[in-house]
Design a protein around this ligand. Sequence first.
Ligand code: DLL
Length: 441
Amino acid sequence: MSAAEASPSRHPVSEPDYLSEGELREMQLRRLQKTVLRAYENVALFHQRMKELGLAPQDVRSLDDLARLPFTTKADLRDTYPFGLFASPMKDIVRLHASSGTTGKPIVVAYTNEDIKVWSSVIVRAFAACGLHEGDIVQNAYGYGLFTGGLGVHYGAEALGATVIPISGGNTERQIMLMKDFGVTAICCTPTYFLHLIDHAATMGVDLKSLPLRAGVFGAEPWTESMRQHIQAGSGVEAFDIFGLSEIIGPGVGCECHHHCGLHIFEDHFIVEIIDPESGLPVPDGTEGELVLTTLSKQAMPMLRYRTRDITMILPGRCACGRTIRRIQRIGRRSDDMLILRGVNVFPSQVETALLQVEGTLPHYQIVLTREHGLDQMEVQIEVMPQMFNDKVGVLQDLRHKLQKALDRVLGIRAKISLVEARTIQRSEGKARRVIDRRTS
Ligand code: DLL
């Protein structure tokens, strides 16, 4: 038996997950100094921003000095499109990925060979934390292409020694056929696509619980604890949350372990800060704020204090798994996809949590926003279990009443509830589209 089999979560590549606090902080400082120097010397934007603040790379003497460095935002990537933030000559760049930006142009990210190795190593550590190991058969249903999900997970799974099925997203029937025929043990995709797979398998007469499939590594979009319960009950897999973003590396910035109490951040490669999104000042551990990330090893595109817009907190204390790297709470919302209706802030995740607590609902919903006579209207369409429609009218009325009460509790405004039959709401192969905004300004 290999060491990995004896203790799958302590795969040799996971050693940095267990460094002592002192070792880790020292490593972070050394790498931060190198990163700042590289960014300052090779990227005009970083050079100029630091100069404006009267800072030179030598001014980074301790980790506390990080807070003196300027923030970077998505707008900076857009303004320097396509290659303006690259710190390596094009000949050293072996891969480009892109993700959608706020305007028509995507934001572009780059990797050297060394960056790809680091990326694979963090995915291996993420997989190891989920209990995957050599010999696992991994169905990778994240989209291949410019999206970082497909290739990022692919190389990591190969580096782990697993067998990868590079099926990409879509073609749900084939996904289920291969899952069954190839004896798939782990699946990687967005949580909403996996819910769709569960439903579709049922229509094909395939019981996922009877298959060897035991783990799901889900991410790329916010999902809730209730969704985890639906997924686990419907498929028998253990559902893990994996987090990442293109600007920092792609998937693999952090991942849950078997304790499912937050996502461990691979702190030897990424520094985590949580700030108050209004003031930009740090907030204490255990307090929600915006996640800010700094890369420590990236060559092609080092990133200093990137404002992710993702809202989370650093979870105080150690995880029972023994990893010393810190954890963040799962990301439930972003500061910028917040909906503002009649002056009231609404987060789709609040709506989801409220809806899924009510028995008889399915985890498929959509929020439709319209404007009537200048007034914002919100409709929440939610699928309900088929038997609800077979029962007496009173049952549906009762369900609607319960949903209304649940929504009223979390929203400051009244939303119209539409109960729809299972499989009515359009499914997505990648990130789910939860909000349809038909308001014209
Ligand atoms: O979504 C990378 C990824 C691929 C992560 C596969 C996990 C699995 P982007 O397309 O650049 O990269 O989108 C990044 O997606 O800032 C979050 O808002 C959101 N996001 C990613 N993972 C999670 C997660 C990929 N586990 C943006 N929970 C991020 C909540 C997530 N939101």
